[in-house]
Write a protein that binds this ligand. Structure first.
Ligand SMILES: *Cc1c(COP(=O)(O)O)cnc(C)c1O
Length: 480
């Protein structure tokens, strides 16, 4: 009886709607540029269109999908659009989306080898492929985490357990010892969040000053470590950034690594965005000194065409990682435990999605050469635009451009007042956002309001770059 009343979807309907959705998806990829990149909505506009409670009776897929088109899509920011040049990209690609469909369909939990042997072994192998792809030393072993924030938290927890010989795991923080962590003033906000979560305390995070290129000054790092030692602190971990979020500055790993070795401090490298650039041999200088690092993270879910979430976390000491996280309740014991990798012990969550599949699809579908070609193209687009900006009388670059992130501002030569320039550039960014034709974001560098533009979307071309620059200069002229 109950079954007859409940009108949920059946397999033949699923088949029909799935085909329709695939058509919608292909249309979306084709037409995404026609949507405003940022929707014209006010806070609450979407919320007020949504009922207060879930429906009592089953609703038809047609009506759900109609609301998706009428209510949700008009309120979306289109990260897939090649006119999206803000933050860092969250790229996807056809093979990646196809793999996600399979992952959702299999719905496997990949917490132990037994819960999905192929998922575990594929993850192990694609992490080897990826390590080779970016030229990391063989001594690193990889695991997929959800985000760089989580990967860095894992690194800090490893550092914590290493310095206390696993005492914090057992009895909590000792009352007579205080641990310090170091990063640069340009480090991503997730480091501070992770330092709080890991129990070090935000006040024990030292933000080391940067040089004129916004990279960490190793001398200042060593001074900070020494002064903490003199004051009785225990320096525990350094987080170096390869490609800061503000301007993709590259912290000097070699010098930082030598300091970490000298003072026996754990070194974690955050290459969340720029790690993808290591696919190109000409960019490997960024990772010189990586052999000193204890761990390294980069996000294929940013620039490497693999949709969110997929963060590649590499460690030198697999045993330290596993011992930091290992748990063994009776209900999770399996006969193979001694012979296999159980990835639940390689990070924070127990349940894990089958994320290796999309990475495998992407790596095979693009091939190394295909990935290199795309990344090189993005970098050359940015270098081209950098030249145009430098040649323009009323614009100036505010940071070097090692990769494909441009930090610049509008600076008419008769305006000197820094406050006015900040206002002018904020206004310029707002008018650009409002146009719906281009999406950029901002940061502050050396105290100045800075417009940030990233040429890294999967399908961005020279035409998009030129159109964007034309729009920026036109909007800037209109402000005068
Ligand atoms: C984006 C970014 C992060 C955070 O990445 P999530 O995967 O969103 O946590 C951390 N560090 C740097 C340098 C980043 O650019």
């Amino acid at each position: 009886m109950a079954d007859q009343r409940i009108n949920t979807m059946n397999n033949s309907k699923f088949r029909k709607y799935a085909h329709e959705l695939v058509d919608w998806m292909a249309d979306y990829f084709e037409e995404v540029e026609e949507y405003p990149v940022k929707p014209d909505v006010q806070p609450g506009d979407i919320l007020q269109q949504l009922p207060n409670s879930a429906p009592e009776q089953s609703e038809s897929f047609d009506s759900i999908f109609e609301d998706f088109n009428d209510t949700i899509i008009p309120g979306m920011t289109h990260w897939e659009s090649p006119n999206f040049m803000g933050y860092f990209p969250a790229n996807k690609s056809y093979p990646s989306v196809l793999a996600e469909m399979l992952t959702a369909t299999l719905g496997a939990q990949c917490m132990s080898w037994l819960t999905s042997p192929a998922a575990t072994e594929l993850e192990e192998q694609v992490m080897v492929w990826l390590r080779k792809l970016i030229g990391m030393p063989e001594s690193f072993t990889g695991v997929i985490q959800g985000t760089a924030s989580t990967s860095t938290l894992c690194a800090l927890l490893m550092a914590r357990e290493q310095i206390t010989d696993f005492e914090v795991n057992e009895t909590g923080f000792p009352s007579d010892e205080q641990f310090t962590v170091y990063c640069s003033a340009e480090t991503h906000s997730s480091i501070e969040k992770d330092v709080k979560i890991a129990g070090f305390g935000r006040r024990h995070l030292r933000k080391i000053p940067v040089d004129k290129n916004f990279a960490m000054q190793p001398k200042k790092l060593e001074q900070a470590i020494r002064s903490d030692l003199e004051d009785g602190y225990s320096p525990t971990a350094v987080v170096a950034t390869v490609g800061t979020t503000g301007s993709t500055a590259i912290d000097p790993l070699q010098a930082i690594g030598e300091i970490c070795t000298k003072y026996d401090v754990f070194l974690h490298v955050d290459a969340a965005y720029a790690g993808t650039a290591l696919i190109l041999p000409e960019n490997r200088w960024m990772n010189e000194g990586i052999e000193h690092a204890d761990s390294f993270v980069f996000n294929p879910h940013k620039w490497m065409f693999t949709n969110f979430d997929c963060s590649a976390f590499y460690v030198q000491d697999e045993a330290l990682l596993v011992r930091t996280f290992e748990i063994m309740p009776e209900y999770l014991k399996t006969p193979e435990d001694q012979r296999v990798k159980n990835y639940r012990d390689w990070g924070i969550p127990l349940g894990r999605r089958f994320r290796a599949l999309k990475l495998w699809f992407v790596l095979r579908s693009f091939g190394v050469e295909g990935l290199q070609e795309k990344i090189r193209h993005h970098i050359s687009l940015a270098q081209n635009l950098k030249d145009k900006i430098q040649q323009h009388n009323h614009f100036e670059m505010l940071a070097p451009v090692p990769l494909n992130t441009l930090c610049f501002r509008f600076h008419p030569n008769y305006i000197d007042d820094e406050e006015k320039l900040d206002e002018l550039n904020e206004k310029l960014l707002n008018t650009i956002q409002k146009s719906g034709e281009l999406f950029l974001t901002h940061t502050k560098l050396g105290g100045s309001y800075t417009i940030r533009m990233v040429l890294g979307n999967t399908n961005v071309t020279e035409t998009h770059m030129k159109k964007a620059w034309k729009l920026i200069t036109e909007k800037a002229n209109q402000l005068l």
